[in-house]
Design a protein around this ligand. Structure first.
Ligand code: 2M8
Length: 429
């Protein structure tokens, strides 16, 4: 991309991030998502580290200020001062919970994929002097380590991998990976389902009302059990995306511990990452599909659906079983994914549920393309890097959309979406 054009795009992306900055955190999008979301903040910090490292550090620290006493980092930290409507709101969860510090903002009881330690490490490396002056690693490392302890002690399922208790926890809410498990959840919630989201995105681009009644039902069950992970709620899914980000983040914690001169802790984090990778390889690999799949922890059955979630383990290429990285690269480049159209779809074009407009069932998402860009870049696959970058080159003209049609490039979902802007900055700068 020409230098002047690159600067124009960077300016436009920065304006999106400035408009969504509240002074302590970035909202994913004014209107549709008016609070702080867990993994959105991690992606946003990764982009902001280049232009505003102080803000990137504040973003992550604000999120970690809402960490529960049990170590979990909540999916949503509500900002009750903002006027925009989102459901379910803080009243659903019943105010500050879980022994969160007095005065802290109310949160959801769910979690999201553990990208945070990796993001914190990237933020540190972008401005090591500023990070040291702010005591950033010394302050965040213990909290991030406790977050991972929570996942290890409270969320590890029968195959040694973290279990998600709700589709919202996977970050890929209506992916076909969750269809069969959700089918068992009665679409009946006590709380009336409100859909303020439909004022900001087309109904054909958002989950349907039957999905939402099940989402509410599951969230109610978890909330009513006091968010106690020992109580089964009817959904316990193991996701290759979640597990991969945990392993990558464990490796980031190891680097932080080394920097903080705690070699014993570094060794423990590296060993924890190795255990997660071994379990991914043993339990989630699908030889026929050529990628990793999900597993239902309740039944022990694998969910044999091809989605972008199952390609993300390519981030761990040099640690996977022999031959796996090559297979993943072939699947990524093949007709179900990049080879079959313009951009990387969230669900394989060959999956019966593939829908190029519908949220996590087909559209191309910028965070997923960014994760795969990191993976193929580290492997020196410049051809695939070039293909994945095309989506980012189209982000600014499309108004930094939440997701796009993987074949036509048509923008979908909301616009001026923060992680799209942040990751475009990261790719272009
Ligand atoms: C979407 O999920 C929220 C619930 O968490 C929603 O649909 O209301 C997902 O794309 C999720 O990954 C993302 O973190 C969130 C905010 O951008 O929106």
């Amino acid at each position: 991309m020409h230098k002047d054009l690159r600067e124009d795009v960077a300016d436009a992306a920065s304006r999106v991030l400035d408009a969504s900055w509240t002074g302590s955190h970035t909202v994913p999008a004014t209107g549709l998502y008016p609070h702080q979301w867990s993994w959105d903040s991690a992606f946003v910090a990764i982009g902001n580290r280049h232009r505003a490292p102080h803000r990137a550090r504040t973003e992550l620290r604000t999120l970690l200020d809402a960490q529960w006493a049990d170590g979990r980092v909540p999916q949503i930290v509500y900002d009750t001062a903002r006027g925009d409507d989102y459901a379910p709101g803080p009243e659903f969860w019943g105010g500050p919970r879980g022994g969160a510090p007095a005065g802290s903002r109310p949160t959801s009881g769910l979690v999201q994929p553990p990208l945070h330690a990796w993001a914190a490490w990237l933020v540190h490396c972008a401005d090591p002097a500023g990070s040291v002056r702010a005591g950033f690693l010394a302050r965040t490392y213990p909290r991030l380590a406790r977050w991972h302890e929570y996942l290890r002690n409270r969320r590890t399922g029968s195959v040694g991998l973290p279990v998600t208790k709700h589709p919202w926890e996977t970050g890929t809410d209506n992916s076909p990976l969750w269809d069969a498990a959700l089918e068992r959840v009665p679409p009946l919630a006590r709380t009336p389902v409100r859909r303020p989201d439909l004022a900001h995105a087309g109904a054909g681009e958002r989950p349907g009302s039957r999905d939402y009644r099940r989402y509410y039902r599951l969230a109610e069950a978890y909330r009513d059990a006091g968010c106690d992970d020992d109580v089964p709620v009817g959904f316990a899914m193991v996701c290759p995306l979640f597990g991969t980000l945990l392993a990558v983040s464990e490796l980031a914690l190891a680097r932080m511990a080394t920097t903080l001169s705690d070699d014993g802790a570094a060794t423990a984090h590296t060993a924890a990452a190795a255990r997660v990778v071994a379990a991914l390889d043993e339990h989630l690999w699908d030889e026929d599909l050529g990628l990793y799949v999900a597993l239902d922890d309740t039944t022990g059955e694998r969910v044999r659906r091809a989605t972008v979630n199952g390609l993300v383990p390519l981030l761990l290429a040099d640690r996977l079983a022999p031959g796996r990285a090559e297979r993943l690269l072939a699947t990524l480049a093949g007709p179900g994914f990049l080879g079959g159209g313009r951009y990387l779809p969230s669900t394989s074009r060959h999956d019966p549920a593939f829908d190029p407009a519908l949220y996590w069932r087909g559209p191309a998402w910028f965070n997923m393309s960014w994760l795969l860009l990191r993976a193929v870049g580290a492997l020196g696959r410049d051809d695939l890097v070039a293909r994945l970058r095309e989506q980012f080159a189209a982000a600014a003209p499309g108004g930094f959309p939440e997701y796009v049609d993987p074949d036509t490039g048509t923008p979908r979902g909301t616009r001026q979406f923060s992680w799209t802007a942040a990751l475009t900055l990261d790719v272009l700068l």
